[in-house]
Design a protein around this ligand. Structure first.
Ligand code: ADP
Ligand code: LRH
Length: 491
């Protein structure tokens, strides 16, 4: 029997990759055929995604996959919340704006004057973040209404590329749940929120479940690239949800941290949890594959290391991620802590300096060397995970024996070890390419090669090696956690 190869495009905020996958001997075999950087472009005061370049990279990836035996279907996942606007001819009106752009600053407060915060939360169950699609759109309503008047369709990033490839305009479910515009219970666009904020409802596309075959790559593109016809599957197109598909467990209740540019810490549920506690802790209910819900918290993640590395590069020194980790492992730990999610760390710029300023302001030792800064970031992330763990456990009223860490960030053994120690729980790390694996698994389910989600996770567990970390120095970490809580509460 010839194997059915599928092609996954996984766009992270830092890089994108094209990975071929197929099922063999009860394992998913993968081969990365293409990797590219995904750099935002600042023009004037606006931070854009390079949308057409990203589409170009998809074409490059398809060409590479063709050289490796081709593919029956293709699926795209990306970061959440961002979108492109199309006119009545289906032409992109402007490049997608990056979620780190500051057009949304102050928009939450203005929106809450039109519809109370509590009401938005009770409808959507989403964590409040400036960058949520709802506040990006409200920024347009307030600042550039003509753009919305010109728009006929809004498509979130993976849906936009699916449209470029097939001509079909759909809104995939997991991605739709990142907008804070979807009614979490009814699973439709929320008329209440849209009308309160004067966001035109007609621009939103029909919501389709993850795993829907939305069409085929168009004849023009097949001709341009010399490709065979292939299906386009709307996978769990929010990258976080593709990663959750790939958690290598058979348990119903599990904890995961998807570690990349962001750290997404959560658990899978059958139904959303939307109550006073979840609102107080600002925890998100986001849609997962098969209409599951993931209760999770967005934590700023390894963005802090990435952006510090860029700063050091601007200062003339280029470090590899492995090198940074080695330097961090050598310095004295527990010297200083930051709240990684403090607003000043969100935007691009001199993160090491902002970390030093945070430490000075909170009366702590100032991290001086590169190793000090990276150590401070990693230990603060591990402690923020602990803080988040307590919030998740308070919402679900459950305790969990272990944490699955998945994604590119687990290449940092230091972070995995610190996470085990800070949370006093075993960490099971792997797979690194969880997102691409989840993307591939959903395509294989759509092609009928894998029966269901549980079976997909079993196959993924067979396919990938994991590494375990057990807690160490728990007394010191307990003390560090008390200090950390003081700092973040009083900051
Ligand atoms: P994205 O969310 O952009 O897809 P990835 O999942 O690819 O991100 O993870 C990238 C991050 O993984 C980097 O920012 C870096 O912090 C970490 N990382 C990658 N390689 C290593 C390494 N060799 N050692 C330590 N950390 C690493
Ligand atoms: C992670 C992620 C996360 C948020 C952010 C904008 O890549 O998708 O879940 O939505 O990007």
């Amino acid at each position: 029997k010839t194997k059915n190869q599928v092609l996954a495009f996984d766009f992270g905020a830092s890089s994108g990759r094209a990975i071929i996958g197929y099922l063999e001997d009860d394992k998913i075999k993968m081969e990365e055929v293409y990797r590219f950087s995904n750099d935002p472009v600042i023009v004037g005061k606006t931070m854009y995604w390079d949308t057409l370049r990203q589409y170009y990279e998809i074409k490059q990836g398809m060409l590479k996959a063709k050289q490796k035996g081709g593919f029956k279907s293709l699926g795209i996942d990306t970061w959440g919340v961002d979108f492109g606007l199309l006119d009545e001819h289906g032409v992109l009106l402007e490049n997608a704006v990056h979620y780190r752009d500051d057009r949304t600053i102050g928009m939450q407060e203005e929106a809450f004057e039109k519809i109370p915060k509590e009401e938005i939360y009770h409808l959507t169950g989403n964590q409040f973040e400036n960058f949520n699609t709802v506040f990006q759109l409200y920024a347009l309503v307030k600042k550039r209404p003509w753009l919305l008047e010109r728009a006929e369709t809004l498509l979130l990033t993976p849906d936009l590329f699916n449209y470029f490839l097939t001509g079909k305009k759909k809104a995939e479910y997991t991605m739709a749940t990142t907008t804070q515009l979807m009614d979490a219970k009814k699973k439709v666009w929320s008329e209440e929120i849209l009308s309160a904020l004067q966001i035109p409802q007609h621009i939103l596309a029909d919501i389709v479940p993850s795993g829907t075959e939305i069409g085929e790559i168009s004849d023009d593109i097949c001709e341009e690239l010399g490709l065979e016809k292939a299906k386009v599957v709307s996978v769990a197109s929010h990258d976080t949800q593709s990663a959750v598909v790939a958690v290598p467990t058979q348990k119903e209740d599990f904890l995961f941290i998807s570690c990349g540019t962001w750290s997404l810490f959560g658990t899978e549920l059958e139904e959303p949890i939307i109550n006073e506690d979840s609102l107080k802790y600002n925890v998100s209910n986001e849609g997962g594959y098969g209409e599951t819900t993931t209760l999770l918290k967005n934590i700023i993640g390894l963005w802090l290391v990435q952006e510090s590395r860029r700063q050091w590069m601007r200062e003339g020194v280029e470090y590899g991620f492995g090198e940074l980790e080695e330097m961090a492992a050598k310095v004295k730990p527990f010297e200083s802590f930051i709240d990684p999610d403090a607003p000043e760390f969100n935007s691009t710029g001199n993160i090491p300096k902002r970390i030093q300023q945070f430490c000075a302001r909170t009366g702590q030792k100032i991290p001086e060397t590169v190793g000090d800064v990276v150590c401070c970031i990693n230990q603060s992330l591990a402690l923020k995970y602990r803080y988040t763990l307590e919030q998740i456990e308070a919402c679900t009223k459950k305790k969990y024996p272990e944490i699955h860490m998945i994604g590119g960030g687990i290449q940092s053994a230091l972070l995995c070890q610190m996470t085990a120690s800070a949370n006093n729980k075993k960490v099971i790390a792997g797979p690194i390419e969880a997102t691409a694996l989840g993307n591939i698994a959903v395509q294989l389910m759509a092609l009928g090669e894998i029966e269901n989600l549980k079976r997909a996770r079993e196959i993924i567990r067979n396919s990938e090696n994991t590494k375990e970390y057990t807690p160490q120095n728990t007394k010191q970490w307990e003390e560090a956690y008390c200090k950390f809580k003081e700092i973040i509460i009083h900051n």
